[in-house]
Design a protein around this ligand. Sequence first.
Ligand code: ARG
Length: 453
Amino acid sequence: MKTNSQGSRTFSASLDIDSRLWEHDLKASIAHARMLGRQKIIDTAQAETIIAGLLQIGEELALEMSKGVIKFNPEAEDLHSEIETRLFQKIGVAARMLHTARSRNDQVATDTRLYLLDEVHLLCDNLLDLKKELFQQAQLHLETILPGMTHLQHGQPVSLSHHLLAYFWMLDRDQQRLNDSIKRISSLPLGSAALAGTGFPIDRIQVQRELGFLKVSENSLDAVSDRDFVIEFLSHGSLIMTHLSRLAEELILWSTPEFGFVELGDEVTTGSSIMPQKKNPDVAELIRGRVGRVHGALMGSLTMMKGLPLSYNRDLQEDKVHLFAGLDTVGPCLRLMILMLQKCQWKPHRMRESLRKDFSNATDLADDLVEKGLSFREAHEVVGRLVQTCLSAGKGLEDLTLAELKATHILFNETTLAKIPHLQVMKARSSQGGTSPEAVRAQLQLAEMTLTL
Ligand code: ARG
């Protein structure tokens, strides 16, 4: 049986979580050591020995990494102590000088911010790629019509371009939010030491510049205990996942035989082990399902922070569990969504077919009467009755002859007839931001501007 002390050591250890910060930890330590040397806080030769040792550790870890996984000492409490031990083994007592004017509290906050900055840049690239994919497909389908829905009921026909661009704008906002968060992540905590700053004549600006941070933190208590940047990322990540999940849901629905609007690629579907006819949309379902991980991480990190007194508390070590759960989900889901869209085969014919006799052209008949002077209430009633008649005759509005129309209302005429086809209905919605090809072309121009910025 394990003793209590072993139990609590294992309980407190974080190496299995924070080991992935090694590159960023080394980078921050090198900048810190260089600053200590330049400021004559430690001997310049010592600083150089430390830097050389850290660089060597970096090379060794990179080599181990290329061969598979890095084997860290399982006894180490966290990554920071593990690297310090390795440094001691390599350069001896000089290693003991590195932690001058520093604490693991400002160190871990620095590492985490550095790591997140890299990841956020990658995610912005992923978002851009996904937007490009949606944009390219939207360029091809200005006249591909399908039922636009409210309440999952046919409302009015829209173009596939317009539908795809709706997701484009969601992701554009996500990209803007992530981009904007960079300026808040990029604030350097190092130099705050344990909580109150340090009496050593450090130069924080030097470290900031070397590490590429936009600024140094203003308050040491805040700097070591702030995890807003984790919560903010998880909040933006949650919204990205919500958007991906909505798109995934539509692809799942549209790939059913009932809809048949799309065929998903073999790369993102699986067969059933028992039903030979099946093509299951597993990847789309998993994207939808994994939303829970990110929303859960957001809740977890908000709850972790609530009620924490200043400044550092060990609770904060949990931040990385949540942050990495978010990062490990959002990136792969974005990349798989791109693949899924690339492999989609749209079925314009099925889309058009589903509009047959669906009465999604009814509004335009009412509008026609209104244009000719009738009140909208009256027009609504006339067309409502006409829909009923068509329903009992098993017809769609598009099946009506001119004579039948004229018999329904004296204001109906040839111009009415021209307005009934679904394609015409879609083309008529030319208001700014509407679904007509002309309006969508303008939308595509706006979209393109966000791709080249
Ligand atoms: N592993 C710790 C964390 O992730 C590092 C900081 C430890 N600081 C301390 N005072 N125990 O937060």
